[in-house]
Design a protein around this ligand. Sequence first.
Ligand code: NAP
Length: 303
Amino acid sequence: MYDIIIIGAGPAGMTAAIYGQRAGKSTLMIDKAGYGGNIITTPSVENYPGLKNVSGAEFAQLLFEQAESFGAEYQSAEVKGITDAAGVKTVHTDAGDFDAKAVIIATGQVNRRLGLDREDQLVGSGVSFCATCDGMFFRGRDVAVIGGGNTALEDAEYLAGVANKVYLIHRRDRFRGEQKTVDRLEKLENVEFILNSSPVRFIGDGPVTGLVIKNNLTGEERELAVQGVFEAVGQMPQNTNFADIAELDETGYIKATEACETGRPGIFVAGDCRTKKVRQLDTAAADGTIAALAASEYINSLE
Ligand code: NAP
């Protein structure tokens, strides 16, 4: 029996493990995709207070080592659900069941898809969600990045250093991501912004050989001869397995207070998977802290 089981080992989950252990509670992190969360694909983190410039992968590794150094445990497994009987929370996974006094759900988000024909089939054959992982396959070639948030901007910047040409395609006339990155991109000769435009379909019977885009103002279509399409159109939560233990909002996020409480005693939620306004690396870490301290207080109240 653990004191606290943390589902998800991203920045929120790993921070929760640090604070749980430091509060004297035994903690187990469970993640199906390896530790680190989505931040591992970010080439450079420049906005985490106190850290000037570190890669997302390095940040995640440091956080994991820090959690381990305090005694947190890690299990690779996919969580199927949580049951709560007589105060014991059982986390059911494909690697067996694990019991705890309290559970923190920190499952983050997964990549949103564009919903185009053959999109799933083309993942790995021209369609990618991770510029730093797959960018090298497109060395010297032409690629498109879809999206207007920080991920899309950073992907475009990274790919500009690898690919021959980068088209950055955004559905509106203004980017959502930071102006500082937009300014840097504007100076790169091999990056072309295509605004007010959305992808319509992939070209090519096998791997991607092109992308058809549509101007959202004029309806005009244009073919881009690209071999890679990097989708960066945001994320969505993956909380359906927890719908019977915590209430979800209409978009699938777990309803929570700012104290990371779900309303069910002993079940807490931290990071991007909960209802909140700002989803950033530091707000995820802050949630991990809050949830771990709340879980520790809950456990103390049982004794
Ligand atoms: P995001 O900020 O939600 O941006 C998603 C982008 O995709 C938006 O520009 C959106 O357009 C566009 N989009 C959504 N659905 C679309 C569709 N069906 N077709 C075409 N475009 C679509 O997502 P993100 O860039 O992944 O970032 C997620 C969070 O992580 C943000 O808070 C971001 O600041 C943060 N982040 C931080 C860093 C960093 O600090 N280094 C790096 C990466 C991400 P609209 O603008 O029109 O809605």
